[in-house]
Structure formats: C-alpha cells, structure tokens
Design a protein around this ligand. Structure first.
Ligand code: ADP
Length: 162
C-alpha cells in the first residue's frame, strides 16, 4: 500500500520526521507532500520546504518528496497513493483532522489513516520552532540538525511569516 503524508512543514520538525520514518517501514512507498494554503504567507517557499524534506529523508529509499498548490486528493490520485496519512499529537488535533478526513473521503473517496506521534514529540509544532528561532533560542532537539541554519537564516530575513 502507498501512503501520502501531507502538511505545510513550515519548517519540518523531528515530529514530522518520526512519522515519515515509521511510515516508511509500514508502507511500500510514502509520498511526502508539501502543500500551501493560498491565504498564508510562509517562512519558506514551497520549493525550499520540499528541498529541506528531501535532505532529511534521503536515507529512506521508499520516500518521495513533492510539492503542490492544488487539492490533496487530486495529488494523491495523480501519484497513485492509496491512503492519506496524518500524524496525531493529542486529542485536540482530532476535531480538525476528522473534518478533513471526512471531506477527503467525500470529495476524493480516499481514506485517511492516523499515526499517533511518539510521546517525546507530542508538544512540538512548527510554530513553536518558528517562535524560538525568531528569538534566537535553541532549536536543536526540535528539528533535524541539517536544517537548523536554514531556519535561523529565514527567520532573520522574514520574521513574521508562518
Ligand atoms: P498542517 O498545516 O497541514 O497541519 P503540519 O506541517 O503542521 O501541516 O503537519 C503535518 C502533519 O504532521 C499533520 O498530520 C500534523 O498533525 C502532523 N504533525 C505535526 N506536528 C507533529 C509532531 N510533533 N509529531 C507528529 N506529527 C506531527
């Protein structure tokens, strides 16, 4: 079975990477899709987020990173994914995740599977990483070491983006 794991990944965190690593051993192939919601201004461009994800997943042979500005179900169908994969941190993630799962089932006839995140990452989010980096606080232990400098650099030049 092939899964598509989508998000804004602004920036990718160790929590995201943990889900990708676990998915790569569960599924034949994992597509990691960087998506943009058009109304948001992001700290990194779609291509920059795609490049960072490619860099931190390059040891996983069955993981393919892509980006798209359209609807997730259309992309999922185009690449031949069987299911959508999402990560759940705690119960407060559920209402929105369930709404999206029902919508994707209705519009794309595609099921969503959830992986519960590893406990050490349950309080970690991209927005916490951005807030820390903007104030030059340490972000080691939150994101893969290969992208720490990219995040500080981006926060220094575009301080108030998502
Ligand atoms: P979105 O803006 O679409 O929610 P994110 O980049 O924030 O995208 O997250 C992408 C996916 O990763 C979502 O399923 C989200 O619940 C999950 N996720 C976010 N943070 C973590 C974490 N710390 N551990 C595990 N999964 C996470």
């Amino acid at each position: 079975m092939k899964a598509i794991y989508a998000g804004s990944f602004s920036p990718p965190t160790l929590g995201h990477l943990d889900i990708i690593r676990r998915a790569s051993s569960l599924f034949e192939e994992v597509f990691v899709a960087v998506l943009s919601q058009s109304e948001k201004r992001y700290l990194f461009s779609l291509k920059e987020r795609e490049e960072m994800l490619s860099r931190i997943t390059r040891d996983m042979q069955n993981v393919r990173v892509l980006s798209d500005e359209g609807m997730l179900v259309d992309l999922a169908r185009r690449v031949g994914a069987d299911v959508i994969l999402r990560g759940i941190r705690d119960a407060s993630d559920l209402p929105l995740e369930m709404q999206m799962a029902v919508a994707n089932r209705r519009i794309g006839e595609m099921d969503t599977l959830f992986l519960v995140c590893s406990p050490q990452y349950s309080l970690l989010s991209s927005s916490i990483v951005r807030d820390c980096a903007r104030h030059k606080a340490p972000i080691e232990g939150m994101v893969p070491p290969e992208i720490v400098e990219d995040i500080y650099r981006a926060c220094a030049t575009a301080p108030d983006s998502k």
